[in-house]
Design a protein around this ligand. Structure first.
Ligand SMILES: NC(=O)c1ccc[n+]([C@@H]2O[C@H](COP(=O)([O-])OP(=O)(O)OC[C@H]3O[C@@H](n4cnc5c(N)ncnc54)[C@H](OP(=O)(O)O)[C@@H]3O)[C@@H](O)[C@H]2O)c1
Length: 310
């Protein structure tokens, strides 16, 4: 079968699309014919060597975690799925098994391929409802789980002012339409302002050009957490700062003891709960161009989600 192949840790210019053996479903697993897969920052971080020494990737490594597709094989003991079921969800590389604190992580052979194998018994895989087309279902898992986790933790009130940093990305463009607040300030380059306003921002600002004050909630989707001191200055006393990036928050990063400063890393709820969200798919690639998709994701200014369709 055709797949995007990473031959060793390195930049996306070195990845290729080639033929490898079709993976088969073992006990407790399903094989899925991939209909669409979407790109996430972790795909690149794993492939470029960002977790070298922590995650022992087998090469050639097939990237890709978020997917939608059709069940084509059912392993022994699997009762939840049958051949022909339409599914979607998210998997992490098998080499990361046991690294995340989830009782039932979803492991995959890699979704940037014609076929991939996933664990069947995990909340990260579900039947695709007819209301979700294949591309939307592939774009949603990571961005949708993160959006829901942010909304749960931030408990934004309708009269609050929210600042979203990194609003143009895959997570940001899924989060913006879901924020119900009177004032939503979003970071955007000049060329993205119209789109970002269309999907929910009431105001836009340039990167780093934060308002002088008056913000109840800052949501950081992109800056390293130890680079948030300037962003924290715009918070009202008693405000909240949520981040989805590393390193984990420490009070000294923001030099304010009158605001809450928390990490959001809750991907433990199931993909069933994300089906009401709307991701923004802005680029589509054939699987033959899957390596180029990863290059564009790494090198171009991208907005929203990039989807690869075998
Ligand atoms: N904690 C979790 O559970 C979790 C879950 C998902 C993702 N993440 C992490 O969250 C981050 C964002 O994910 P994503 O999928 O949204 O990434 P993404 O699709 O790559 O989007 C990042 C966006 O932020 C913009 N940006 C870059 N620098 C900026 C700055 N200084 N100020 C404002 N915007 C800036 C980028 O535009 P440019 O082209 O201009 O750079 C891009 O549009 C990644 O680091 C990912 O690993 C964490």
């Amino acid at each position: 079968m055709k797949a995007v192949l990473v031959h060793r840790h390195g930049p996306p210019e070195e990845y290729t699309v080639g033929d490898i053996e079709v993976p088969h479903a073992g006990p407790g697993q399903i094989q899925v014919r991939i209909a669409a897969a979407s790109l996430n920052a972790i795909d690149l971080r794993l492939a470029t060597g960002g977790f070298r020494g922590i995650v022992d990737l087998p090469f050639p490594y097939v990237p890709g975690g978020d997917f939608s597709g059709t069940v084509t094989e059912v392993g022994g003991g699997v009762t939840a799925y049958a051949m022909g079921d339409l599914v979607f969800g998210h998997g992490i590389p098998r080499a990361m098994a046991g690294m995340l604190p989830f009782p039932k992580p979803s492991l995959t052979t890699g979704a940037l391929a014609e076929f991939a194998v996933f664990e069947a018994d995990t909340p990260f895989i579900a039947r695709r409802p007819s209301t979700l087309d294949v591309e939307t279902a592939a774009a949603l898992p990571t961005a949708g789980l993160t959006t829901n986790a942010l909304l749960r933790q931030a408990r934004i009130q309708p009269d609050e002012t929210v600042l979203v940093i990194g609003a143009t990305g895959g997570v940001g463009t899924t989060l913006l339409p879901a924020i119900k607040a009177g004032r939503v300030i979003a970071t955007a380059r000049a060329g993205d302002i119209g789109f970002i306003r269309e999907i929910g921002a009431t105001e836009t600002i340039d990167y780093g050009d934060y308002p002088p004050g008056g913000v109840d909630v800052v949501i950081n989707l992109v800056l390293p957490t130890d680079h948030l001191a300037d962003a924290a200055k715009c918070l009202k006393s008693g405000g909240r700062l949520y981040t989805i990036t590393f390193p984990p928050p420490k009070p000294e990063y923001i030099d304010r003891d009158d605001v809450r400063f928390e990490m959001v890393l809750d991907l433990a709820s199931g993909v069933d709960a994300i089906t009401g969200l709307t991701p923004s798919i802005t680029r589509r690639y054939a699987l033959d161009d899957g390596a180029r998709a990863l290059r564009d994701f790494a090198r171009d200014h991208t907005v929203g989600k990039l989807v690869v369709v075998p």
